[in-house]
Write a protein of this length. Structure first.
Length: 270
């Protein structure tokens, strides 16, 4: 498993998709800052400081950037094994497809958390460059914990989508669109049980983020229900990995069935 994870990080350095992720996460704080600059005065956030920028970045990352980017990058890293025709060579080594897929997912999860740290870094740099007030150690520490924690939980939420999209090459594009729409739907769950258990809302609850001023939620999220929701997503991902089979095996089965049918037809003709 460790060897698979190490190999994945060696491969990632050669892929341009990593640059897309870095640019995408940079857009999160820049978009929040730009929105404050162009919006009408009555809609501007009063006392816009670094804490406000960090909160808005967390919200934008949870709603748009992290779900789409994590699914896109994770699916791409798996899809490359099909497009580069390396999967069949990997499976000739004594490594099962399930173990290979699990190693991929762990590597993608670690990469997601690094993106969370990177998101905090670019947010801090943007805040310093534009001269936002109230850049304190305590505010920086909260922002770092929230963005890194959010990256971890959002990855747990999209992990089942990544596993499903691993069955076919190129399917990760559809998966990223699905994850984007699922993240955007956080706006429609404002109260009640659905607000408590909706996975993306649960991710924000787990990091202690107050969504009342962003989506108009009327109550605080329950950490217990959020943990159950996210635990369920993790369990779904694990089950999907456990029941996954190598695409070559499925192809061989189809070929075997085809040969069996043709042999039966030949026997009947005789």
């Amino acid at each position: 498993m460790l060897r698979i994870i190490k190999t994945e990080f060696m491969k990632i350095k050669r892929y341009h998709i990593l640059l897309i992720g870095l640019i995408g996460m940079l857009c999160s704080p820049l978009l929040q800052l730009f929105s404050q600059m162009v919006v009408n005065e009555e809609y501007k956030r009063p006392n816009f400081d670094f804490a406000a920028l960090a909160e808005m970045t967390v919200w934008g990352s949870a709603q748009v950037f992290m779900p789409a980017l994590f699914t896109l990058i994770g699916g791409y890293l798996i899809s490359r094994e099909y497009s580069d025709d390396t999967l069949k060579n990997i499976l000739t080594v004594p490594v099962s497809f399930r173990k290979f897929l699990a190693g991929k997912l762990v590597a993608i999860g670690l990469l997601a958390m690094l993106f969370g740290v990177y998101c905090f870094g670019v947010t801090a740099v943007v805040g310093v460059v534009v001269g936002l007030p109230d850049i304190k150690v305590s505010v920086l520490a909260i922002a770092l914990l929230q963005m890194t924690g959010l990256a971890f939980w959002v990855y747990i939420v999209v992990a089942p989508i990544i596993v499903i999209c691993s069955r076919r090459p190129g399917m990760f594009m559809s998966g990223s669109i699905m994850a984007f729409l699922a993240g955007y739907c956080i706006l429609f769950f404002k109260s009640g049980l659905l607000r408590q258990i909706y996975p993306f809302s649960a991710a924000l609850t787990m990091i202690g983020f107050d969504t009342s001023s962003y989506s108009g939620t009327s109550d605080k999220g329950s950490v217990l229900l959020a943990a159950v929701s996210l635990g369920s997503m993790l369990l779904i991902a694990v089950v999907l990995v456990c029941i996954s089979k190598a695409p070559e095996d499925a192809h061989k089965k189809k070929k075997a069935k085809g040969r069996g049918r043709s042999s039966r037809r030949g026997q009947q003709q005789r």
